[in-house]
Ligand binder design. Sequence first.
Ligand code: ZN
Ligand code: ZN
Ligand code: FE
Length: 713
Amino acid sequence: MAEFQRVRVHYGGAVQGVGFRPFVYNLARELDLRGWVMNAATGLWIEAEGEPDRLEAFLERLEKGHPDAALILTRETAWLAAAGYGSFHIRDSDNSEAKTAAVLPDLATCGLCLQEIGDPSQRRYRYPFTNCTRCGPRFTIVRDIPYDRANTTMAEFPLCESCRREYEDPADRRFHAQPVACPACGPSLDSTIEEAASALSSGLIVALKGIGGFQLLADARNAAAVARLRERKRREAKPFAVMMPSLEALRCWAHLSVAEERLLTSPAAPIVLLRPRRKLLDDTSPYLGAMLPYSPLHHLLMQAFGNPVVATSGNLSDEPIAVENGEARERLGAIADVFLTHNRPIAAPCDDSVARVSRNRTSLLRRARGYAPMPVRLGMDLPRVLAVGGHLKNTVALTIGRQAIVSQHIGDLDTLETRRAFEQTVERLCRLYRFTPELIACDAHPDYYSTRWALRQGAPVAKVQHHEAHVAACAAENEVRGAYLGAAWDGAGLGHDGAIWGSEIFLCDGPHMTRVSHLRPFLLPGGDIAARQCWRNAESLLWSLGRAVKLQKVLAQRINCIETTSMGRLFDAVASILDICQENRFEGESGLRLEALAAAGAAGSYPLVMTDGAADPRTMIQALADDEGPPAEKASRFLNWLIDWISAVVAQTGIEQVVLSGGCFQNLVLTDRITGRLEEQGVEVFTHQRVPANDGGLCLGQAVLAGLRAQRG
Ligand code: ZN
Ligand code: ZN
Ligand code: FE
C-alpha cells in the first residue's frame, strides 16, 4: 500500500451556500479519504488524506465536478505530511479570517469574457477592459476596504445605464463585479492594438500597461529586437519570459505535463518554467519561462500579432515595475519605441508570478500577480507581526491569527524606487488589513535597508537570523510539527558569528534552532565580487589545497577576503572548475548550468570528510579537479556529494523530517535527488510550495520565528 499523503486545497471566492461542502464530503467518502472541509471568510479549505493516486483523482474531480453555482476565483494546492485523520467530516466555519477576506488577487480572463470579446454581436466586442465576477483586476485596483467600486481605481469611471443594470441584477454574471466596464463608460486605450502589433512585427519594443504595471514586449523570433531589448534594459543574460498566443502554440515550444497545463491556465496564470522542445533564439537558460495571455488586452494583442513575444517587467534591472503613464514614459522612454497605455490607474505594482512544477507539485519562485495577497495558513496562532523580509527579492508579511498575508514581490532594495515601493507596500497592506504590528521582525544584517527601516519605526523589533528564517518559512507553510532538520542553502546571509553563512543545517523544534552542520569555511577573495566572478571561488578552494593560483598573494595575506560557508559560492567554484560558468551574468547562473548538466549525469560521488560537524569542501574539490570523467558525470557527482552529506547528518541525528529552503533548492535536480534519497531512508522531506525558496520567502519565516519567540518571551 502506498504511503498516505495529505493535500490541502484553498478555494477563494463565493463558494458558500451552493452545496460545495456536501459535494466535497461525498467525493472524499467515495474515494475513501480522510480529513475535513470548512468554510471561512476567504472561501473554502479542504484537507484530504489518503493514497496519492486517490488524492490525484480527488483533485481532478474537484476541478471538474464542483457545483456550477460556486464562484471559484482562486485555487491553491499544497501537499503536506499525513496528519493521521480518522474520517472525513465537515468542520465548523473558521471565523478568524473576517478581515482578511477583503482583497482577492488579480484573476485571469475567464472563458465567458473571452467569448464575449470575440463576438461581434456583443457590446463588449474587442473591449480590452472586459471583466466579470469571475475575472479581472482586484488586488491592483484596490485603494482601501471595503472592496467597493468607490474604493478602487474604477471610482473615476461612473457606470453607464447598461453596466449598472448588470451590476444590480443578482442573476447577471456581473452582479456586484466592482471593476465592471464597457466601451461606453469604462477605461480606454490611448492608441490602438493594431499599431502595437505592427510595431512588434517591425522589430520595435512596445511598453504595454498591463494589470500590475508596464511590461516590455518584443517579437520573440526577432533576434535583433530581443538583443536591443537586452541592451536597453541593461539586462545582460538573465532569461526573458515569453508570452504565447495560445496553449496550442505553447505545446509546439515546450513539453507540458497535465499539472503544468493546469497551472498555466489557472486564474493566477503565472510564468511557468518549462522544458523547451526547440532551441530559443535568446538562449541564456536551459528552461523556457512561458505564460499565456491573462487580460483581454493581452488576448487581443496576441491575437493581432499571432506569435510569441518576449514579455518582461517594465523597469531597468532590479527596479520596481513602472505603474503610472507619466512615470513609465520617463523611466521606459529610452527602452520602448512604442507605448500602449490606458487610463485605468494601477493602485499598486504587481509583477508576473513565476512557478515551476516538479513531481506534480507547484513551487513558486516569485509570488506576485494572481497569488498576493491570498493568506498562507499557519499551524498556530501568532501575535500581530510585521516581517519586513531581506534585502534582495524583498517581500513583506503580516500575521493575523492563524494566517500570514505575504506581499507581492517588491525587488532588490538597492534603489530609491524600490525602497519607495517597499514603504508603500507596507503602508498599503497595513491599511487594507487595518493592521498595527505588535512586533516588527527583520533580518539580523544591520546594513539591509529593511533592517534599518524596521529599527526606525519605534515598535519593538525582533532580529531573525537569515537562514533560520529560511527554514522556518518552509516549515511553516508545510505545518511541520515536532523536531526536524532544516537545511538553508543559499548565496549569503549574516551568521550568528558575524561570518557570511549559506550552507547551514539546523536541528529545529518550534522556535529553537541549533546549527548542527555547515560547510567548512573558505575565503571569498574580493568579498562581494566573488558572487559574480565564479573563478575567484575556484581559486580560493584550489589554493586551500596547496595548488598554485593567480590570487596566491591576495589569499595568503587575506587581502579583502572574508570567510564564508556559502553554498552558492561552492556552486560557483565547481562551475568554474568544470568550465561551464566563469562569471555569473545573472544571479544563480552557475547553479542553473550545473543543474542542466548534472541532469544527464549518473551515480557516483566524491569522498565526504566531516570535521566538527562541518563538511570539508576541499576533499570534494580535490577529487573533482583530478576526475577525468565527462563534465556531466562530475556535475552529478558533486550533487551526489551534497546528498551524501545531508543524509549523513540525517543518519547521525536520527531525525525523520527534513526541511529544504534557500535559493539553492530552486535547483530541482538537487531537490528531487535529495528527496528521493531521503524518502528511501524513510525520511519525510518538505520543500517550498506557496512561498519562494529564495529570499522572497524570508518574511514568512521571520514572522513565524519572531511571533513564536515573543509568545514564549
Ligand atoms: Zn469574466
Ligand atoms: Zn458601461
Ligand atoms: Fe537567502
